[in-house]
Design a protein around this ligand. Structure first.
Ligand code: GLU
Length: 466
């Protein structure tokens, strides 16, 4: 197969938030397509009218955009293809691979009760499977798959290996309901075929579906896609990831402030590996990702590791990109947007705050000295660190800042001299200086803050506390 013919898809049902597990499925599909120069498509599986909502569809778009999972072409709505799904069901009838079933709900229930009592398989065996058209009554019917009853179906799965299902365990599943609407199992196959999907990478909760979906491909004489069913994500305790463990929706992770690049890196590594590499860039992930190294067992979510990876990515992210991401984060948590001046200051000062921030929240907090307006609102403890003695020393320092060369070395020398003159260590001056310049007890180094704030703002902040 020429490499560029790879087509993957993400097929979420818009019935809630974008779950972190679904996001990882999307990510794997995206990486695989990008790795092979192929296409990554989005199909919104909105056939369940009662449960599908527009707000959920929008949450899927937003989540994917935040994670940088750009899809090719326009998103496909599954519901919009209902006529085509029905057309395929009828084509299957013509080809002898499907049939009209007139059994009523009561008849099916009676069949099941009897099978149960006799300890036989309760898979419904319709009496209409081999009845010819001329003997059909003029009443509502469903269309059922004429599933093979002999032999076996093998799912050649890239993650799970060969999974064999005995065909006598397959039922003649319904393809079209009595109102003519297609069932999900039919819709998925028809859409995947029509969209030219070559690789179906999805959660292993769909593995059983694959055995039944394959029957539709075979009946229509369509090429099977390559399957890769990936294990689910578990919480730190090894149980299926749920609200109990913490955030489950992608937007919650964005609101916590993890970096998008860090999130991609962490989720890629969660269930897939490239040797011992823990930290990697998108370019690396896109050139390494393969199906062979997806693990077979469920991975455990580790919030601490995610925070570490997120921090490493924040430190490595270029300032302009970081600013953009910070702005997105502030919008999500409802903080006012940054002014042009604040943005410009951030671009200059990001170097001294991004090295120790694990999340956008921490980054914002460490950057507050750049964003806060004078006079600063000093934290209680910062206020306490400004004793009379230190204010006296700072008062002595302030006029001298007027003439010093505004460079790190000169500033360090000046502050060093003042400390010496007062027979104290430079470190003892750092606390009060920090309080005056940032209003806080924890901040970047005082010299970094001076350099970022510039002479006038530094002097003005020192004058504010004198
Ligand atoms: N819509 C299905 C889901 O959200 C996915 C179907 C598929 O990937 O084949 O679980």
């Amino acid at each position: 197969m020429p490499v560029s013919s790879v087509v993957t898809r993400f097929a979420p049902s818009p019935t809630g938030t974008l779950h972190i597990g679904s996001a990882r499925t999307a990510l794997f599909n995206w990486l695989f397509a990008r790795r092979h120069g192929g296409q990554f498509l989005l199909r919104v599986e909105d056939t369940d009218k009662k449960r599908s909502t527009e707000s959920s569809t929008q949450a899927i778009y937003r989540g994917m955009e935040w994670l940088g999972l750009d899809f090719d072409g326009a998103p496909v709505s599954q519901a919009a293809n209902a006529n085509r799904h029905a057309e395929v069901a009828y084509a299957m009838i013509v080809a002898g691979h499907a049939y009209k079933c007139f059994a009523t709900q009561d008849e099916i229930a009676t069949f099941r009760d009897a099978a149960h009592a006799e300890k036989r398989s309760t898979l419904f065996r319709s009496p209409w499977r081999d009845v010819t058209e001329t003997d059909h009554p003029d009443v509502p019917y469903v269309v059922r798959l004429k599933a093979p009853r002999d032999g076996q179906t093998v799912i050649k799965d890239q993650v799970q290996g060969d999974v064999t299902i005995r065909n006598d365990q397959l039922d003649d599943m319904v393809l079209l309901r009595s109102d003519g609407s297609p069932v999900y199992m039919l819709a998925v196959v028809v859409d995947d075929h029509d969209m030219g999907v070559t690789h179906v990478i999805r959660g292993d909760d769909h593995l059983n579906n694959a055995a039944r979906q394959i029957q539709i491909y075979l009946a229509m004489g369509w090429d099977l896609p390559v399957y890769a069913h990936i294990p689910l994500i578990h919480g730190p305790d090894g149980k299926k990831m749920s609200k109990r463990h913490g955030a489950t929706g992608v937007e919650e992770y964005q609101a916590i402030g993890y970096s998008a690049a860090g999130m991609r890196n962490y989720l890629t590594r969660l269930g897939w590996s490239h040797g011992d590499d823990e930290f990697f860039t998108d370019v690396q992930a896109q050139s390494w990702f393969n199906l062979e190294y997806i693990g077979k067992s469920p991975s455990r979510f580790d919030f601490k590791k995610l925070a570490n990876i997120s921090g490493q990515h924040i430190a490595h992210t270029e300032n302009a990109t970081l600013l953009h991401e910070l702005e997105g984060y502030l919008a999500i948590i409802g903080e006012p947007a940054l002014s042009d001046v604040q943005k410009a200051t951030f671009l200059t000062g990001a170097y001294c705050v991004k090295v120790r921030a694990k999340t956008m929240g921490e980054l914002f907090e460490k950057s507050s000295f750049m964003f806060d307006d004078r006079p600063l609102n000093l934290e209680k403890e910062a206020k306490l660190s400004l004793g009379l003695v230190s204010i006296g020393i700072l008062n002595e320092l302030t006029p001298q800042l007027q003439n010093v060369i505004w460079e790190r070395e000169a500033l360090e020398t000046l502050v060093g001299h003042i400390a010496q003159a007062h027979e104290t260590k430079m470190g003892n001056l750092a606390g009060p200086l920090r309080a005056a310049l940032s209003g806080r007890m924890a901040s970047p180094s005082v010299f970094d803050m001076m350099l970022v704030l510039g002479r006038n703002e530094t002097i003005a902040r020192l004058n504010d506390i004198s």
